[in-house]
Design a protein around this ligand. Structure first.
Ligand code: FAD
Length: 495
């Protein structure tokens, strides 16, 4: 990328309008592209393009989020006198059309690091060179730029710890930008499509009814969440972050995914909060999770087809199951009907709220690829469709991490025992009781392994295995051995 670091470039003068191309940066605060456009003093409008081509359509839960986030952005931009224009189609074509319609001389955007985003950015720059348009891009998404942070041999980082160490030793994290001031007059805007015509919300059936109670998409919702986390929970973060029945994490992931808050704002606020020694340990742990976000974008930039291709090529030979029962087992997993309560609770939390706790994501992911021996891409696709935070970087990198096929991945032979994981991280069974209500009356000793209870004991609690709740879909020991045997077949395979 030639230019664009905030503050390094004097914005060229242009005669009519400038527009800001929004994508995964749906915020007005600490948005370098918007800020710089408004600083220029020229009339500014905002453009959001819904691509109709591209690598991968968004999933349903992300569509739900996007609808509300665009509404919220439109309100925030209104307060700045910046009209938001919505268009659908080929992103580059639309951009050129809008530039023509508005006689724009200048375009601003925050850089993306996914394949489509990189491609679009390069096209805009090329076109700008040919036409004399002023095109300026910024970094608003990440604390680091994947193309500028490389190993000593000029390659991408493949292991998180050296990546994060290098980041912490090199990076100078800028402060968030000042709040932008409204334009004095609202410029004339070209025709915008109606958001409702995009049909991003589910209708028949409306499976997102549980989302409203859990989420407030948009910049204001993101800041509220950050403030409540920093004022009440950051001190206990490292201690509580692994327990799914506790509200111990920030819940910022969908807001970050859609760029309703920037990592710079989080970094600054987290460091500004008063901290004793314990809080600062917790804060560093929290910031390191932002580091995992950075790392996954780093991987995606350097390996753009990560959602589809094994990072570790040995896994191209992995004997994933393809028998008649696979679809049945996949569906049981998707619906939270595996007979393993912690797995089922996680899958149902996902369906009901569009979110799943990180610890449980690891448990259900491991269960799918190891106990059921189903290709990680099936799990990734389901998460892509059902998570409100479904992220092209974090989702793909995490699934590959779980499968053992990814960079810095969990070793394949580490196979979570879902019963022990449940007993360790949901000891009282509160999480299971919330999302698998048919088991709610079971005593602690049975909540993570109902099949070990006597029939009379179960029926006393209203549980009839095979009727009100399924028998385990696989037996743990046998499934574990099958996974290890499958892994052994690729150990010696050529990459
Ligand atoms: P916090 O614990 O408060 O962490 C703060 C922020 O750090 C998060 O909001 C997120 O942006 C980032 N973060 C935390 N953990 C990770 C991680 N392991 N990798 C990358 N970033 C991380 N996260 C997504 O944002 N989108 C996804 O699509 C996604 N898919 C996942 C799939 C699997 C199989 C697994 C195991 C993890 C996945 N994660 C994903 C990572 C993690 O589960 C979520 O980021 C986290 O649960 C979000 O909750 P939080 O905001 O309360 O996190």
């Amino acid at each position: 990328m030639p230019d664009g670091e905030f503050g390094n470039k004097k914005v060229a003068e242009f005669s009519t309008k400038a527009f800001v191309l929004f994508s995964n940066d749906l915020r007005t605060k600490d948005n370098p592209a918007l800020y710089q456009a408004l600083q220029s003093g020229y009339p500014v409008l905002a453009l959001y393009i819904e691509p109709e081509d591209g690598l991968r359509p968004r999933g349903g839960a992300s569509n739900w989020w996007l609808h509300h986030s665009l509404n919220a952005l439109s309100d925030q931009l209104d307060a700045l006198n910046v009209p938001l224009v919505l268009r659908r189609g080929n992103a580059f074509d639309i951009l050129k059309n809008v530039a023509q319609e508005t006689d724009a001389k200048s375009i601003f955007w925050n850089r993306r690091y996914d394949k489509d985003g990189v491609y679009l950015g390069a096209n805009i720059k090329q076109w700008a060179r040919e036409t004399g348009l002023d095109a300026t891009s910024f970094n608003g998404l990440l604390l680091h730029e994947p193309h500028s942070m490389l190993t000593k041999t000029d390659g991408p980082y493949r292991v998180f710890t050296p990546f994060w160490k290098a980041f912490l030793s090199q990076a100078i994290v800028r402060s968030p930008l000042p709040t932008p001031q409204p334009q004095k007059t609202r410029p004339q805007a070209p025709q915008s499509e109606a958001l409702s015509d995009w049909k991003l919300l589910p209708t028949s059936p409306n499976w997102a009814t549980g989302f409203d109670a859990n989420w407030t998409p948009g910049e204001a919702g993101a800041l509220t969440r950050l403030n409540s986390f920093l004022s009440a929970r950051i001190g206990d973060y490292s201690e509580k972050r692994d327990f799914p029945s506790i509200d111990g994490t920030s819940g910022l992931s969908p807001h970050l995914r859609f760029g309703e808050i920037s990592p710079y704002q989080i970094w600054a606020e987290a460091h500004a909060a008063p901290a004793g020694p314990e809080t600062s340990v917790s804060r560093d742990k929290f910031i390191a999770e932002l580091g995992w976000r950075e790392f996954s974008h780093h991987l995606l930039y350097h390996y753009p087809d990560l959602h589809d291709l094994n990072y570790n090529l040995k896994f191209n030979h992995f004997p994933w199951r393809s028998d008649d029962q696979v679809n049945h087992d996949l569906e049981a997993w998707q619906k939270g009907q595996t007979g393993y309560p912690i797995v089922d609770a996680g899958m149902r939390q996902l369906w009901q709220t569009g979110y799943m706790h990180n610890r449980v994501r690891m448990i259900v992911g491991s269960f799918l690829v190891k106990h059921l021996l189903i290709d990680w891409r099936e799990g990734e696709r389901w998460f892509w469709d059902t998570l409100v935070d479904a992220c092209p970087a974090a989702n793909t990198a995490s699934w590959q991490w779980i499968a053992g096929s990814g960079a810095d991945a969990a070793p394949y032979f580490r196979i979570f025992n879902p019963v022990l994981q449940g007993e360790k991280f949901d000891a009282a069974g509160d999480y299971v009781r919330t999302f698998v209500p048919e088991l709610a009356k079971l005593p602690h000793k049975l909540i993570h392994k109902p099949w070990t209870g006597r029939a009379s004991e179960l029926s006393h609690c209203g549980v009839r295995l095979g009727e009100s709740y399924p028998h385990p879909i696989v037996e743990h020991k046998a499934a574990r051995q099958r996974a290890l045997d499958a892994f052994a077949t690729i150990k010696t395979a050529a990459a």
